[in-house]
Write a protein that binds this ligand. Structure first.
Ligand SMILES: [Zn+2]
Length: 379
């Protein structure tokens, strides 16, 4: 399949909710999941007399989430390993994956003991740090910041589907993403260019998200090259290993006992989930750990979430699955030569990990550049 990048700009507010939401207050999500794109495509095919093509979608498309950003700016999912100062919002954010990962690896692999615990207080004011609460981040002049979306709130009258009239006394409020100053970006894989333009046409024709009959979710779609703002995978892997080597050196100063190599003991890389991943172990049992048969998992930061699949053919939800949340970050060590490691990482970035990959689950970023934001106090 060929990779294309989508730019989706909003003409009206966008409400991406839970399909099963049954609440009087609906807060729309900030990210457009791949399954929403797939649903819009299926709806378009059905409406234009092309139902027979719906079962071919998994062979012709692979979806990934679209993330909000300022127009023409590349944004990233925020890793769950991100922390920031509890006291001052201007301090941070920093990432902990490499530092905690190598610290943990030394204890496991080399029976290392350190002179004290790893305290990550704010290097600027000395206050405590806390998890950095952002879903999407972007880099602005060498500093990472949260992508803020404006909200559009509205109270609506609930409509009875059966009677096509207002429910007496039934009101609900929605908090949608406002179209001002924001666009959505992300990759999509298509069998060919025609399929890509069919998807663009579909999104513009049927819209995205909920409340479309009431004017929400009207979008304009185009092809973009915003991904070129990022470095290549080779460069990211090189930068990642430079940082691992730097942390490796500085941890030697904190080592009390244990015999640790002077240099890193392999090629290190990270895999960060850009969308929830439905993972299974060798026995097919659900797990939050990402296991690869060609590299060793050294350390990970994850959180559990629930996801629902969608059966286009039947138009019915599939069963709820446990998944590792978007932002989950995994540190691996590979003993393979660098070029083979890169080949495997390219493969993972274009196919994803876990189950239901074509619907947009398990989309990953290898060597996410935010993992290089290691606190300077230990470097
Ligand atoms: Zn601080």
């Amino acid at each position: 399949m060929q990779q294309f990048w989508l730019e989706v700009s909003l003409k009206t507010p966008l409400l991406i909710g839970d399909r099963t939401a049954d609440a009087s207050y609906i807060i729309g999500r900030e990210v457009i999941p791949g399954v929403a794109l797939r649903g819009a495509l299926a709806e378009f095919l059905a409406l234009s007399g092309r139902q027979a093509e719906i079962p071919t979608i998994p062979q012709r498309y692979r979806f990934a989430p679209l993330l909000p950003a300022q127009p023409d700016r590349l944004s990233y999912p925020c890793p769950l390993s991100a922390i920031s100062c509890k006291h001052n919002k201007e301090h941070g954010p920093w990432d902990t994956l490499i530092l905690f990962g190598i610290w943990h690896h030394w204890q496991q692999q080399y029976n290392a003991h350190f002179v004290g615990p790893l305290m990550l207080d704010c290097p600027r004011c000395g206050e405590r740090t806390d998890r950095y609460g952002a879903a999407v981040i972007t880099r602005k002049e060498n500093r990472w910041e949260k992508v803020e979306v404006n909200r559009y709130a509205q109270t609506k009258v609930a409509i009875s589907r059966a009677r096509r009239a207002a429910y007496e006394g039934m009101l609900y409020s929605v908090s949608a993403v406002s179209p001002n100053g924001i666009a959505y970006y992300g990759p999509v894989w298509c069998a060919n260019e025609d399929d890509f333009y069919t998807l663009c046409e579909a999104l513009e024709a049927v819209g995205l998200g909920a409340l479309r009959r009431r004017g929400f979710g009207i979008v304009k779609v185009s092809k973009t090259t915003v991904y070129q703002q990022d470095k290549t995978l080779q460069e990211r892997l090189r930068d990642f290993n430079r940082m691992v080597a730097e942390v490796w050196r500085s941890l030697h100063a904190l080592l009390e006992s244990g015999s640790v190599d002077e240099q890193p003991d392999g090629v290190y890389f990270s895999i960060t989930l850009a969308s929830p991943a439905i993972l299974a172990n060798r026995q097919g049992l659900p797990t939050l750990k990402l296991n690869l048969d060609w590299a060793d998992l050294v350390f990970w930061v994850t959180r559990q979430t629930q996801v629902k699949g969608w059966h286009e053919g039947w138009g019915l939800p599939k069963k709820t699955e446990q998944a590792a949340a978007a932002g989950s970050a995994y540190l691996f060590r590979s003993s393979l030569p660098q070029n083979e490691t890169i080949k495997n990482l390219e493969e993972m970035e274009s196919t994803g990990v876990g189950l239901m990959k074509n619907a947009g689950f398990g989309h990953v970023i290898a060597c996410h550049p935010f993992h290089l934001e290691v606190m300077s106090c230990v470097r």
